[in-house]
Write a new protein. Structure first.
Length: 277
């Protein structure tokens, strides 16, 4: 596993930074409250979302689905709030006006998260969490293996292993199991996204004096390698030292087999948008 106190100190501008998000599945791991009647505007990189008496707190991580206006769907962290509005930070600066719409789900138990972000290292500024695209990735020793595709035989079933010395992952499992709609899922079905970028694309906030020393010229803050999306199929090991999960692709989920694979817009937004020429 990565050493959480030295990894960034050994970087070069071409070093690969590996980050993970774990998104719980609505109506499986938590009872969702859908927020659909929301409007937003954007000025620069600040997106302001209006929702009366939203009850959300700063630091809450949301998966936002923008329907109109052109803002990018994705994972965002609430940066500030008022009673009826809250702000998140976009990657791309632009101006969006008017009554554009956005939707998202929140947990019916407001204190319980629906998205967790992890990275097997820490920043160079204060040995704290990694910040990328304005989202905070909790420093957590973890290791992912088995993502290699061979083009033959079965799809890979990677594993992801987390340190559990502080009981953090066990606490997440127990929190989810206690609140889950389906009993004792142990996070099965949760969406795991592996994201990789280069050190020179990390946010300035990770470095002393808020200056990324690995930045070369102008960089694209959206630059990253293709995302790899998997789902937790089962928990392999859980003890005081580690928790390990086996991951599967969408097509390998239990109960879905060829030739009756179900392709939905939830997992493949492009469904129904293809045009024959």
């Amino acid at each position: 596993m990565g050493n959480p106190t030295t990894e960034l100190q050994q970087l070069t501008n071409k070093s690969i930074i590996e980050l993970f998000s774990v998104e719980l599945k609505a109506d499986v791991h938590y009872t969702k409250v859908a927020k659909t009647n929301c409007t937003y505007t954007q000025s620069g990189t600040t997106i302001t979302i209006t929702l009366n008496s939203h009850g959300l707190t700063v630091g809450t991580i949301l998966t936002l689905d923008f329907h109109t206006g052109g803002a990018a769907d994705g994972i965002y962290t609430i940066q500030s709030k008022t009673t009826n509005t809250f702000t998140v930070t976009a990657i791309v600066s632009q101006t969006i006006t008017g009554s554009n719409t956005v939707s998202f789900n929140v947990n019916s138990v407001s204190a319980n998260p629906t998205v967790y972000l992890f990275h097997a290292g820490n920043n160079m500024k204060d040995s704290g969490d990694i910040i990328w695209q304005s989202n905070t990735y909790t420093r957590m020793p973890c290791k992912a293996e088995g993502f290699k595709y061979t083009g033959k035989g079965k799809l890979p079933r990677p594993t992801i292993t987390f340190s559990n010395l502080l009981g953090t992952i066990t606490a997440i499992i127990q929190l989810t199991n206690n609140a889950t709609i389906l009993p004792f899922t142990d996070l099965a079905g949760a969406k795991v996204t592996r994201r990789r970028t280069l050190a020179r694309f990390l946010d300035e906030a990770n470095f002393p004096s808020n200056v990324n020393p690995y930045k070369v010229g102008s960089v694209d803050p959206t630059a990253e390698m293709p995302q790899e999306i998997y789902f937790i199929d089962r928990k392999i090991i859980e003890n005081r030292d580690i928790v390990q999960f086996e991951l599967v692709s969408t097509f390998d989920l239990i109960g879905i087999g060829a030739p009756k694979k179900l392709v939905t817009r939830e997992d493949f937004p492009g469904v129904g948008t293809f045009v024959n020429f």
